[in-house]
Design a protein around this ligand. Structure first.
Ligand code: MRU
Length: 347
């Protein structure tokens, strides 16, 4: 059983603090939507689908604080709650997708009494979470067919159970391959600056007894040149209509290396990560995070005081470098604009 990092139990939202893994497993409790927004911003919870799920629960908690005389008044205040949750991280589209879904759920149930509407919104958040895990298992089923027995798979960042409501996207494909009886070996990029690969991917795969070897980000090219990697699988934070894909910083570098070495480069993501409103990746907002994430590791200063720093948290891999985009509704291998439209429409 892979871990579920977000639980709603005893009327409380509980999230595994991913800032402390792997050395400490601490669950934090949330009753206030503002605290949920802060948890998303400070990366207690991270990974595109998980951010969406957390925001949906945040919206449900926020709705409980609203005591309005009419549905219109309720909706005005609910929009404000959602705006606070939306203003946390800009790149992962799942955040905005989940909040839109919560708002549309409220509108569809405008006739309900206040307390029933709040219950309905909580039910919607629970459904978003359950659906995310189902989607990941389905995309794993499609994706594992692309993985040969014995494959040595490179992954970047953490697109695992920890980044979702459960099972994972890129790591979901790997889990499904293992469940199908294939022997696989995972190479995990450490993923500077936040070290999602070293801290999270290595932890969750080790926990599930899936063979994982940690490498520094700058080792992937060497290992590819030695024939020690068979394919690459990553997750996504936002996929534009043409297939250009934003994912954790360093993904683009790995995609270029994969092309140079003739290796398949797969993106695994639920359709909630596809943003058909953007023609290509150039319009995807890229989050810039604090310089301290680059100058320090685990609170230890590495760079001289006052060093100039850039810290873009994501990059965009052009569609031409992507072999296939794996979703819960099937796989896109060519003509991404048409195929992604079909997949989003559900055909
Ligand atoms: O900054 P993070 O840790 O939220 O970034 C996460 C990633 O880039 C993941 O690869 C992506 O969200 C896919 S998670 C299934």
């Amino acid at each position: 059983m892979s871990i579920k990092p977000i639980l709603f139990e005893d009327d409380v939202l509980k999230m595994l603090d991913q800032r402390l893994l792997p050395t400490r497993e601490v669950w934090l409790e949330y009753r206030d939507y503002r605290a949920v927004a802060e948890a998303i911003r400070t990366m207690v919870v991270r990974g595109a689908p998980a951010i969406g799920v957390a925001a949906a629960f945040g919206a449900a908690l926020g709705a409980r604080e609203i005591f309005a005389a009419s549905f219109d008044d309720f909706m005005r205040e609910f929009e404000e709650v959602c705006a606070v949750l939306a203003a946390t991280r800009p790149t992962a589209v799942n955040l905005f997708w989940a909040l839109e879904r919560m708002k549309s759920c409220a509108r569809q149930h405008a006739q309900l009494a206040g307390s029933d509407l709040k219950q309905r919104l909580l039910a919607e958040a629970l459904e978003i979470a359950a659906e995310d895990e189902r989607r990941n298992r389905a995309l794993g089923g499609h994706g594992e067919k692309l993985i040969p027995d014995g494959a040595r798979i490179l992954t970047h960042c953490n697109a695992g159970a920890l980044a979702t409501a459960g099972y994972g996207t890129a790591l979901g494909v790997i889990r499904a391959a293992v469940e199908a009886g294939k022997k696989v070996a995972v190479l995990a990029d450490e993923t500077r600056p936040w070290l999602q690969g070293a801290r999270l991917t290595a932890w969750e795969l080790q926990r599930d007894a899936i063979p994982v070897t940690l490498i520094c980000d700058n080792m992937a090219g060497y290992l590819m040149s030695k024939g020690e990697i068979d394919c690459v699988i990553v997750g996504a934070d936002r996929i534009a209509a043409n297939g250009d894909t934003a994912n954790k910083i360093g993904t683009y570098t790995v995609a270029v290396l994969a092309r140079e070495h003739g290796l398949p480069f797969y993106v695994a993501a639920p359709t909630s990560t596809i943003d058909l409103s953007l023609v290509d990746g150039s319009a995807i907002p890229i989050e810039e995070r604090a310089p301290a994430e680059v100058t320090h590791i685990g609170g230890v200063q590495l760079a001289p005081e006052g060093a100039a720093v850039r810290n873009p948290a994501f990059d965009v891999t052009p569609a031409r470098l992507i072999t296939a985009i794996i979703t819960e509704r099937g796989v896109a291998t060519s003509d991404f604009p048409a195929r992604l439209r079909e997949l989003v429409a559900g055909s």
